[in-house]
Ligand binder design. Structure first.
Ligand code: GLU
Length: 307
């Protein structure tokens, strides 16, 4: 294999003059405080190698990337019954859009738009108190990342709780269709805390490895069946970048999930898990330089699911 370390160092220095470009998410006030010049990449291969460059050891808000872990957990709990409450189609709309919910009877298009992820949080909450559900998600992330130091950033969670009017509207609207079992406030408490998990690129790349490795950790321990890992990857490819999912698949050719914190988790099945972080976003809410970095890495390493 081409030297991955050399490659990511090259990408880092190539993009360096542009660090800070894009627009940091400011609709969650706490996220607006992040230094836009941060940039990190981490790669974990399934055969045991780790590579990283730049700010790959700085923790950032994983935001919507957490939807991948939430979905994995909810599928483990409810199995295919979950698909009665949330669809598997790209939305072609923005991450927080409400428009389709009216004509589609409160059933969100997919688990990676906000409405879908709120339903998933509601499913994880079943039979638990919000604190326990949040604990379950955090324990799961710590387990797959093999790192007990991962925490929820309480200031980010509070910031979103205070300003998440859109998400409140989405939750209440779905509740009116009977697609939310708990009070909107309780479900959103789980959702906001899940989004506020803070991780480094290195931790995130490690946490995504089971998806690149047919559902197994590097130790061989099975997290989910191979078929489920494939399906989660299929959803990441088709829905992981909101209304820019098609363009991301075209440019990068790997399943991936972005978050408004500027992170992206990408999976090269059978090969590696990759996390990038650059807080400046494009107009779709996806990391501008993160996408460019992944495009360069996938191209130069020859990683694509379409080979
Ligand atoms: N917590 C964010 C929200 O609900 C997640 C959005 C994202 O990362 O795309 O607005």
């Amino acid at each position: 294999m081409l030297s991955i370390q050399r490659l990511i160092e090259d990408i880092h220095s190539q993009l360096k003059p542009e660090f800070g470009s894009g627009k940091v998410a400011d609709y969650i006030p706490e996220l607006a405080k992040v230094d836009p010049h941060k940039f990190g990449i981490a790669v974990e291969t399934i055969d045991g190698a780790s590579f990283f460059v730049g700010d790959a050891e700085d923790a950032f808000s994983i935001q919507s990337i957490s939807k991948v872990f939430g979905l994995t957990l909810a599928l483990g709990k409810h199995g295919d019954a979950l698909w009665r409450r949330v669809g598997r189609e790209p939305s072609g709309g923005s991450f927080n859009s409400i428009v389709q919910l009216e004509s589609e009877n409160g059933v969100p298009r997919n688990p990676f738009i906000n409405a879908g992820a709120i339903v998933i949080s509601d499913a994880i909450l079943a039979g638990h108190r919000p604190r326990e559900a949040i604990g379950q998600i955090l324990r799961f992330v710590r387990y797959v990342a093999e790192d007990e130091a991962i925490v929820v950033d309480a200031a980010v969670a509070r910031s979103e709780q205070r300003t998440g009017f859109r998400n409140m509207a989405l939750a209440n609207y779905m509740k009116s269709f009977g697609n939310l079992a708990h009070d909107a406030e309780l479900t959103l408490g789980v959702y906001f805390h899940q989004c506020a998990i803070a991780m480094t690129c290195r931790q995130l790349a490690k946490a995504g490895l089971f998806l690149a490795n047919g559902g197994r950790m590097r130790s061989g321990h099975s997290i989910i069946p191979r078929e489920r890992a494939r399906r989660i990857c299929a959803l990441m490819l088709t829905c992981g970048h909101y209304d820019a999912s098609g363009d991301f698949a075209f440019r990068v050719g790997l399943p991936a999930k972005s978050g408004v914190g500027g992170g992206i988790l990408a999976v090269a099945p059978g090969l590696a898990s990759i996390a990038v972080w650059s807080p400046g976003l494009d107009r779709h809410g996806n990391s501008q330089l993160g996408t460019r970095a992944l495009q360069a890495l996938a191209e130069r390493a020859g990683w694509s699911i379409f080979d």
